[in-house]
Every structure is written in C-alpha cells, then in structure tokens.
Design a protein around this ligand. Structure first.
Ligand SMILES: Cc1ncc(COP(=O)(O)O)c(C=O)c1O
Length: 374
C-alpha cells in the first residue's frame, strides 16, 4: 500500500518526486560541463515535477530558467536568492517593473523587447542581465544574423549587461539540418568581436556536443532523468536517474475467459483464460490514452523488497483506469502497487509506446494527482 501518510485522497494514485535524483543529475551535468554555469530549466512547473521540489533538489544550481514571471515570484517567495532567467523574456511591457524587482535576467528575442528595454529607466541600483537570442537556424525565436548586432549595440548603449544566446534545433540528431555545427558556425560568426558570456547548450548538446556548451548551459529534460531522444538507453549510458515516479494500485481483478474482450471498444481479446488487473490511473491523470497494448507497467511482488515484474497494458486506457495482463504476476492482488513510470518503467518507454516523447508525459501529469516530495 502507498503509505496513508502520503495519501491526500483515498484514490491510491501518487507521484513521488525524488530530490536525491535531482541532486545526482545536476552533479552529472557538472561533470559533463565543468567549465560552464548551469541554468536549470524549470519551465512548465519544472516539467511537471513541481517548482518547490526543483528548488529543494537543485538548490546548488547557478540559476533557474523559466517562462512565467509568476514562477519567478514563487521562487523568490520560497527564498531563492540566486539568478533567474526569463527564457522568453517579457511577454508585455507591463511585466518589466516586476521582472526588475525580482532581479530576473531577461532573454531578449524581438524588436519589441528591445524597445521596451530602451525606454526603461533603471533605478533599481543593480545592472540588468540580458541574454540576447540569435536565431542561428532553428527559426523559432531570436534575431536573424543580419539584425543581431544592431540589437546588441542598442542594448549595450542603453546600459544592459549582455550575453549571447542561441538554441539548437537538432542537438539530438547528427544528420538533420540545421546541424549543431552549422548553427555554431553562424553563432561564432555573428558574435565575433562582441565580447560577452555565451549560453548555448540544452540537454542533448550537453550530452553529445561538448564543443557547443558556452559559459552557461541550459539543461532541462536531463535534470529529470528523461531522454532528449526518447531512447531510454541514452539515459542509462549517461548515468542519469528518473526523478518522477508515478504509482498507483490494482483496485480490481477480472477473471477472463478465452475470447473475452476488455474495456472500451473491446480492443484486447483474451487469447486464453487469464487475469486482468484494473489500475487506478487513466488519461485524466496524465497517462497517455494512446498507450498501445504491451506498454509496460511494473507490479510490486509484495515481499517488501521492491521486487516486481513487468506486465503489459491491455485494452484502451480510459479516463480513470487502465487494464493490465497479470499472467506474469500470479501473486498480484487487489492493493498491489503498480509503477506506471519511474525507476522501474522508464517514462521514455511509455512515451514510445504511445507515439510521444517523455517531455510531454511528465509535463502533463494532471493536477489531480497528489505529489509527494522526497
Ligand atoms: C531556450 C531553451 N533552452 C533550454 C531548454 C531545455 O531543453 P531540454 O529540455 O531539451 O534540455 C529549452 C526547452 O525547450 C529551451 O526552450
């Protein structure tokens, strides 16, 4: 049973955030990028892990990078006195005063943002750090190479403390265009002679492009022990650990006869007499509705040793429940603990069986799932 101390509601689903895994992953990043400072990317409520948990596990980071100024405010309210980077800068001029009050560093990626900063009189008594974003080929945000230096000089003249920044489109792929090499070449050329610290690498670049790190790296997904490629073997090779564990319990068992169907649409048909476990977790909890038959879950053996077996999902995932084939788990019973993802079942594997990536699953953990920070 999930301990009653951890139970916020009677339904047995629970997400546990392991802050020791955060610490471990951060120290792995320090080993991989020893010369760089680290922006721990905690947008989307720390990729679904909860900001408070991130602050607890990542307190030795050099800074937090996030999207929403309300999250910057939460970090300050929780006592974080270090650097905070607003990854997309200001969404409106109205945010400027608060961003300065909160001592946020700002990404600047558009002409509008340059104008807002130029017209601002900084009476805060502290310099404002700007990470000026170059569009070096991804074509999402940032100044084009022919616009970049003008933006740089305008902000420099207005008294801002500048940094150069770009973002890679394909750091997890060697052969795609634009490649890291092409983007790096563009970056180096555009910033030539403009002496300022740089920020380049996301997780994939930290793992596979050690020549493209910069003074500040910006790891996101690897902090959470999830793969930028979607391939779990990359996480094993990189010695990273899963931070989020999603667990529930078997709440009912059905004895099927050969030929019986399971769930909506009767997608799965029993090939023989067999037991089916009904687990309290569905798509309204963030489990992917598109999970195919065969998506792994782990079932605790119930011997107190954290031993268990992998069993496959069978049948369509519904809003509040999913069903699993218990043929490999003869001892499974009502109340057996099931791990949907975590240290036993990589979220990358669940994502792969569901036509998505681990990023989406962890970010989409539903608010109704109770979270425990360990
Ligand atoms: C600008 C920027 N930097 C860094 C990251 C972190 O990327 P990842 O989670 O792949 O490490 C992101 C995430 O999308 C981002 O938008």
């Amino acid at each position: 049973m999930i301990s009653s101390a951890n139970r916020l509601i009677n339904r047995p689903i629970l997400a546990t955030i392991h802050t020791d895994a955060f610490r471990h992953n951060l120290s792995r990043i320090r080993e991989l990028a020893p010369e760089s400072k680290i922006w721990s990317v905690v947008k989307a409520k720390a990729y679904g892990h909860n900001l408070e948990a991130a602050l607890k596990g990542l307190e030795s980071t050099d800074g937090f990078a996030l999207l929403d100024i309300a999250d910057a405010q939460s970090l300050r309210d929780s006592g974080w006195g270090g650097r905070i980077l607003l990854l997309e800068g200001l969404f409106s001029h109205d945010e400027l005063e608060l961003a300065i009050q909160l001592k946020c560093d700002l990404v600047v990626h558009s002409q509008k943002q340059v104008e807002w900063l130029e017209s601002y009189q900084n009476h805060s008594g502290h310099p404002i750090n700007v990470f000026l974003k170059l569009n070096s080929g991804m074509n999402r945000l940032g100044f084009r190479p022919d616009q970049y230096r003008t933006a740089y000089h305008r902000l420099h003249s207005a008294g801002y403390r500048l940094h150069h920044m770009t973002h890679f489109a394909n750091a997890d792929q060697v052969e795609r265009s634009p490649s890291v090499g092409q983007q790096l070449e563009c970056f180096d050329k555009v910033i030539e002679g403009l002496d300022a610290p740089t920020s380049l690498a996301n997780s994939a670049a930290i793992l596979w492009h050690r020549n493209a790190l910069g003074d500040w790296v910006r790891p996101g997904i690897m902090l959470y022990g999830v793969s930028p490629t979607g391939v779990h073997a990359d996480i094993v090779r990189s010695e990273l650990q899963a931070v989020m564990q999603l667990r529930s319990e078997i709440i009912d068992i059905q004895d099927l006869k050969r030929g019986d169907h399971v769930g909506y649409g009767g997608r799965y048909q029993a090939p023989e007499d067999m037991r089916i476990g009904v687990v309290a977790c569905g798509y309204a909890d963030g489990y992917p509705r598109h999970a195919e038959d065969g998506t792994p879950v782990w079932i605790d053996a119930g011997n107190g040793q954290d031993e268990g077996v992998i069993c496959p999902v069978v049948g369509q995932v519904s809003m509040d429940m999913l069903t699993i084939d218990l043929r490999e788990a003869p001892n499974a019973r009502i109340g057996s603990i099931v791990e949907l993802w975590g240290g036993e079942v990589p979220v990358d594997d669940v994502a792969q069986m569901s036509g998505t990536i681990g990023y989406e699953l962890i970010c989409a953990l539903a608010p109704r799932v109770p979270v425990v920070i360990k």
